[in-house]
Ligand binder design. Sequence first.
Ligand SMILES: NC(=O)c1ccc[n+]([C@@H]2O[C@H](COP(=O)([O-])OP(=O)(O)OC[C@H]3O[C@@H](n4cnc5c(N)ncnc54)[C@H](O)[C@@H]3O)[C@@H](O)[C@H]2O)c1
Length: 327
Amino acid sequence: MQLGKEILYLSYADVAAVGPNMAETISIVEGAFRDKGQGVTQLPAKTALHPLDEDAFIHAMPAWVPSSRAAGVKWVSGYPLNQPKGLPYITGLLILNDPDTGIPIAVMDCAWITAQRTGAVSGLAARHLAPRGAKTAALLGAGVQGRTQVRALATEVKSLREVQVFDPRPEAAEALIAELGAEFPELSLLAAAGPAEAVRGADIVVSAGPILKHPHPIIEHGWLQPGCLGLPVDFDAMWTGAALHLDHYLVDDMGQYRFYEQQGFFSGAPEPAGDLGDLLAGRCRGRESDSERIISMNLGVAIADMPTARLVYDRALAAGKGRVLPL
Ligand SMILES: NC(=O)c1ccc[n+]([C@@H]2O[C@H](COP(=O)([O-])OP(=O)(O)OC[C@H]3O[C@@H](n4cnc5c(N)ncnc54)[C@H](O)[C@@H]3O)[C@@H](O)[C@H]2O)c1
């Protein structure tokens, strides 16, 4: 590869072929959040377009993570109405830059990285905030993110034995159960009759349905048992304001959170105690008891994407994957 003359193009299949496994990805995102906790990352708020449909978004997500020398931008779309068309909700591209010269070195599909790192951030939150010996999880939303959420919990929470899966499309829950059941034979994956049946009694609750500007939240305060950890990846779409008022409320990045608050999200939520960078830097407390109910509201940050993309790029170069294109 000649810097300034060529870039590497990586398709979804190229990225998936060399991408880090879940345990590696959790370590990568932990490194990024440690950098963030030390104040050395650069993570401007997302720039958002909402063409034609207010629930659809196209986001520009730049970041610089010094410990992995990862600089770049993700241009990612989320279109809830793609599903009936047989198209993915999340699609996009990521541009990686050489940090020394600023020159672009790669363009790659970002859907695999987005799903993998979103799972990994939940895995990281579970590492630091899950109740001891967590055995059961609930998953609401059995789509692309749902899969990596379960992979991350199965990887990180060694005591996990059962996942109750609810999706209003029963065929989606069944497909996820069949796929992940083969991957994690030690896990009992069960289709729940409804969201309450999934959430009641769960040690960890993940929600991964569509993000909606005017949501119809379903998760009620009383469904959440003492000690549980809530991990929404779909903002407050499924959580009533009361359900967010537990004992401790964290976010992945305060700057992004404020940005979305200004847009009208999280109106019923409590004031966050801090973000995952603060937690890893010791500026914000973690879990203090087995009965505490905690939420980590992880909105998705580019500091999790860029180091993952940098590793994908390095491995793809070494493995001869992708296509070298003229710049
Ligand atoms: N926080 C982050 O970092 C991050 C990153 C990527 C995607 N996301 C968000 O994650 C969500 C899921 O994305 P995806 O790629 O998995 O989409 P997807 O379309 O593959 O899956 C979404 C699933 O949710 C189901 N669903 C719809 N309404 C539901 C309800 N009321 N209860 C339970 N399930 C319901 C759908 O049937 C579908 O199976 C989206 O909101 C997306 O914007 C967040």
